[in-house]
Design a protein around this ligand. Structure first.
Ligand code: NAP
Length: 244
């Protein structure tokens, strides 16, 4: 069966690495972005230049109509989606009581409802084919809590609940649902925190470095692979020992 992966938020950072690793593993990939058209288009063009199937599609994951349209386009151009990687996410740092309603709502809309929207859109094809795989990207902050990132931590904890509950609901359809909880990964999301915080995070990571986007991409590829065919509803923490 042809393997088609839709990776939300794959123009940069972890999602981009996931798209590259899955493409190298033989998946046709749908690269999703919200703003970074050039980065997404050039990644898709690079992969096509290497003889692989890839398209770039703009959609705000928080917008269910846009997500449905993206999935329709992916299915029309690549075929039914066999693997969904719910990676698109945003972060916000600040005191809990300083966060405006709109910022709180947007956080949950992108990080949680975005994953719901994408899962709901790919499921009809997966259920009718009795197979498929969903890998959600949570965060170690969703497992242990994060001061000054309350909304982010809530959204990522909810991703764990989504993963476990969907895994149970979809197991009879032979659809596996797992999640990866990354530690501190060297991407724009961590770079905005500044050098001092970065060094503090490295010091707190037992393995002595930040993770790379590829570290997470390989964890995703494992959970998506046949090697993980008996694994569902699980959280794979990839954090260099931070939460141990
Ligand atoms: P990043 O470098 O900031 O990249 C975010 C990606 O998500 C970009 O491709 C961005 O697209 C896309 N995106 C953002 N909002 C979107 C929306 N509404 N609709 C569609 N796409 C959207 O982030 P990252 O560090 O790679 O993080 C990826 C995921 O890993 C996130 O869920 C994040 O919470 C999680 N995570 C990251 C870390 C870390 O340390 N970096 C740790 C734990 C978990 P544009 O380029 O178009 O803006």
């Amino acid at each position: 069966m042809k393997q088609v992966a839709l990776i939300t938020g794959s123009s940069r950072g972890i999602g981009r690495a996931v798209a590259l690793v899955l493409s190298q593993a033989g998946y046709a990939v749908c690269i999703n972005y919200i703003q970074s058209r050039e980065a997404a288009e050039s990644l898709a063009a690079q992969l096509r230049g290497e003889g692989r199937e890839a398209i770039a599609v703009q959609a705000d994951v928080a917008d269910s109509h846009a997500v449905n349209e993206m999935v329709r386009q992916a299915e029309a151009e690549l075929g039914p989606v066999t693997l969904l990687v719910n990676n698109a996410g945003i972060s916000w740092q600040g005191l809990f009581q300083d966060m405006e309603d709109a910022a709180w709502d947007r956080m949950l809309a992108v990080n949680l409802t975005g994953a719901r929207n994408a899962a709901r859109a790919v499921l009809p094809a997966m259920i009718s084919r009795k197979g498929g795989c969903i890998v959600n990207i949570s965060s170690m902050w969703g497992l242990r809590g994060a001061s000054c990132e309350v909304a982010y931590a809530c959204s990522k904890a909810a991703i764990v609940g989504l993963t476990r509950s969907l895994a149970l609901e979809l197991a009879p359809s032979r659809i596996r649902v797992n999640c990866v909880a990354p530690g501190c990964i060297e991407t724009d999301m961590v770079r905005v925190l500044g050098q001092e915080t970065r060094e503090m995070l490295v010091a707190e990571t037992p393995i002595g470095r930040l993770g790379t986007p590829e570290d997470i991409a390989h964890a995703v590829a494992f959970l998506a692979s046949e090697k993980a065919s008996f694994i569902t509803g699980q959280v794979l923490t990839a954090d260099g020992g931070f939460t141990v």
